[in-house]
Design a protein around this ligand. Structure first.
Ligand code: AMP
Ligand code: ZN
Length: 466
């Protein structure tokens, strides 16, 4: 298996440290809001990585954190805790927000057939681990206390910029959002391991520590959780490209200082999904979620196919027109797969050959786009239906497109006033056609007042009750 390694900046042979055992770590979501489909592109491609490793015979243990404290609105250690911001926005407690959006995240993952890692750990459950780690870093001389916060001293790190490739004079490159100068730092790139002082004194979650009541920095979470659950060596660490700097750079610095040796051999980064206006962001008003795609009438797995059609290291631009294309391809593929008869003997030689082809394509830095062509080719192969089914089922262990799963037929009971509502929908469509938007809005409002929500989809307008 060959994988692009951000650390080596090239495609490398993947060799786990311990035989066929792979320790895989994924940076989890910050649960202050719904995940957008960009975030989910990262988790989806990481899911493909995990499933392909298993398919190829590796024994994978995968851990993921849930960031429910410490991720500030700027990655440069300034700004408000994102969780607190979410709690204020929704007039709830931080823990209520964390629970709600953790559940929402896994529900989105479910819809996209993204498997939940076997180890999922909220940061707030590991505070003792972080404190122990910070204390050790202080004892070893890698950290210092200044104005109430504990900082990591990046000048002590071994080759701090190895992962990001930044030159020391472009220190803050890659930091998201606003960056303010923190005058307590010895070096510009130093980062907070433990906060007791921040400009935002209303931080809701705080814990006792040897340095005062406070809370952990975001970066220490991933080092602490991966160390606790996967041990002192990692094979692969995953994330989106925005995580390379400063987050993963800081994870390496503190983990290697703590363990006293190289920590993780391979760094797997997924390029961003952008919308047509540029970067996808949760702060841009209505953002693209799986629920929004569903409301517009798309099958979530059409989005999975859309992602698989592109290489994970290429930026991908989302548009509804492109998703329409993926949905059409998905429906066609599934229809043809389901039409295959389930009788006759499977041609084991053909199946083994198909597996080999699949492994060859996917082993080349997870070339999902190229592996997908095998799926289409399978339908044209000169073998019986049972063999085609077996090959498709085999590939779908990694693609997870449910190609052979019959859609559940939803029992729909129409309300008594269904015909009247459909009449109103037609009236609204006519009003829109005549550019009488006031009338169209009035019809929407009239229905909304009765608890009927109109849903515009590419196939036309439908409605939801309640
Ligand atoms: P967050 O919840 O902000 O911590 O982000 C969760 C994951 O999504 C991280 O691995 C990010 O690197 C990744 N991510 C953020 N924005 C995008 C995007 N537009 N496309 C792909 N992945 C992203
Ligand atoms: Zn992380």
């Amino acid at each position: 298996m060959k994988l692009y390694n951000t650390l080596g900046k090239q495609i490398e042979d993947f060799v786990p440290r311990d035989g066929n055992k792979v320790k895989l770590y994924t940076c989890g979501p910050t649960v202050y809001h719904f995940a957008h489909i960009g975030n989910l592109r990262s988790y989806l491609m990481e899911d493909v990585l995990e499933k392909f490793l298993r398919y190829a015979g590796y024994d994978v243990t995968r851990a993921m954190n849930i960031t429910d404290v410490g991720h500030l609105t700027s990655d440069g250690d300034t700004g408000e805790d994102k969780m607190l911001k979410g709690a204020k926005r929704e007039h709830k407690t931080v823990m209520e927000i964390a629970q709600f959006y953790t559940d929402a995240f896994f529900s989105d993952c479910d819809k996209l057939n993204i498997k939940k890692p076997e180890i999922v750990v909220p940061a707030t459950s590991c505070i003792d681990t972080f404190i122990e780690m910070v204390q050790t870093l202080l004892d070893k001389g890698y950290a210092y206390l200044a104005d109430g916060n504990v900082y990591f001293d990046t000048s002590k790190a071994n080759d701090y910029y190895a992962l990001s490739g930044h030159a020391a004079d472009e220190l803050m490159v890659g930091v998201r959002d606003d960056v303010e100068e923190d005058t307590s730092k010895k070096n510009k790139s130093d980062f907070v391991l433990w906060f007791t002082k921040s400009k935002f004194e209303d931080q809701e979650l705080k814990w006792d520590s040897p340095w005062g009541v406070g809370y952990p920095g975001w970066h220490i979470e991933c080092s602490g959780i991966s160390g606790k659950y996967l041990g002192e060596y990692l094979d692969i660490h995953c994330g989106g490209v925005d995580n390379i700097f400063p987050h993963h750079t800081n994870e390496i610095a503190q983990s290697e200082a703590y363990f006293g040796h190289k920590w993780c051999n391979y760094w797997f980064h997924v390029q961003h999904l952008n919308d047509e206006t540029g970067k996808m962001s949760k702060s841009k008003g209505e953002f693209l979620t799986v629920s929004l795609l569903e409301e517009k009438g798309y099958h979530p797995l059409a989005y999975r196919l859309f992602c698989l059609q592109s290489h994970y290291r290429k930026p991908l631009t989302f548009s509804f027109a492109a998703l329409d294309g993926a949905e059409a391809a998905y429906n066609k593929l599934k229809k043809r797969a389901l039409a295959l008869k389930n009788d006759g003997e499977v041609d084991e030689t053909a199946l083994a050959g198909a597996r080999e082809d699949f492994i060859e394509k996917m082993s080349m830095d997870l070339n999902t786009a190229s592996a997908l062509t095998l799926l289409f080719d399978t339908l044209k192969m000169d073998v019986n239906d049972a063999t085609k089914r077996a090959i498709i089922a085999d590939y779908d262990r990694v693609f997870s497109l449910d190609l052979l799963k019959e859609e559940e037929k939803k029992e729909e009971t129409l309300p008594d006033n269904h015909d009247w509502i459909m009449g109103k929908i037609a009236e609204r469509a006519d009003a829109k056609k005549a550019k009488d938007y006031a009338r169209a809005d009035a019809i929407r409002a009239e229905l909304a007042a009765m608890g009927i929500t109109l849903v515009d989809t590419p196939q036309g307008t439908t409605y939801k009750l309640g």
